[in-house]
Design a protein around this ligand. Sequence first.
Ligand SMILES: Nc1ncnc2c1ncn2[C@@H]1O[C@H](COP(=O)(O)OP(=O)(O)OP(=O)(O)O)[C@@H](O)[C@H]1O
Length: 273
Amino acid sequence: MSEVQTGYVTEDGRQIGDVMLDLRAITLRFGGVEAIKNISFDIREGEIRAIIGPNGAGKSSMLNVISGFYVPQEGEVWFHGKKRPPVKPFQVARQGIARTFQNIALFEGMSVLDNIMTGRLNYTKSGMLAQAIWKGKAEREETENRERVERVIDFLEIQAIRKTPVGRLPYGLKKRVELARALAAEPKLLLLDEPMAGMNVEEKEDMSRFILDVNDEFGTTIALIEHDMGVVMDLSDRVVVMDYGKKIGDGTPDEVRNNQDVIDAYLGVAHDE
Ligand SMILES: Nc1ncnc2c1ncn2[C@@H]1O[C@H](COP(=O)(O)OP(=O)(O)OP(=O)(O)O)[C@@H](O)[C@H]1O
């Protein structure tokens, strides 16, 4: 039997490709707590994929499995058609997966530019000795790193604050700098953990636009966790819904909106263990 190309075209006419990341029957436990219970879903090339669910549903744990921070006790993670062995987060980053964090994780005393440059560490291959011997190679790397970083700074419209220490920025801009650092790594898959948390309406609109533009301009596949339903439903191509560690829905925003299990979970209807 031959493999069939299984992508689809979105309502707004974007071509979605083959499966990039395939999570198969993932179970993750912390002692006696089952944070993820036998969950399977996939993320396709070019998609904006959301993971939603009430507090404690297991969303962050799932993002941490994808980023290699947690290794599940059961199940398999497939990336670009290959089964991924247990890996460390830096190895996952090298494979082209970058992330932002729920609580901003930037270097507050460093400038915006220097923070974004840290996103290029995986591209800095020459060590100190090599830099001394092959000066040309190190210079070339430095130029490439700067070019990418400058492009990201332009793209996210943060030229005016490039020299500002991050600690002095308002919250919404810090979130944008975090996005910039993740983008500097040229990820194939970008994981966003509550990118709009704590933002006002205007900041949320800006961030939504940037997420759509990143997907469009860089072709980056995006998986995000977000509590703001309006934002999730507007942005996403497909949505996975988790509740108490289980998957209770998976589909387009419309399918998920009309799913009775999802409606019950959000209304707090009692469930069977
Ligand atoms: N490191 C950990 N050690 C022990 N238990 C954990 C750990 N991380 C998460 N849990 C538990 O796993 C369950 C899922 O938590 P998780 O943070 O993944 O949910 P969430 O959907 O992201 O929640 P929120 O929306 O509140 O951020 C919860 O019961 C939580 O207490």
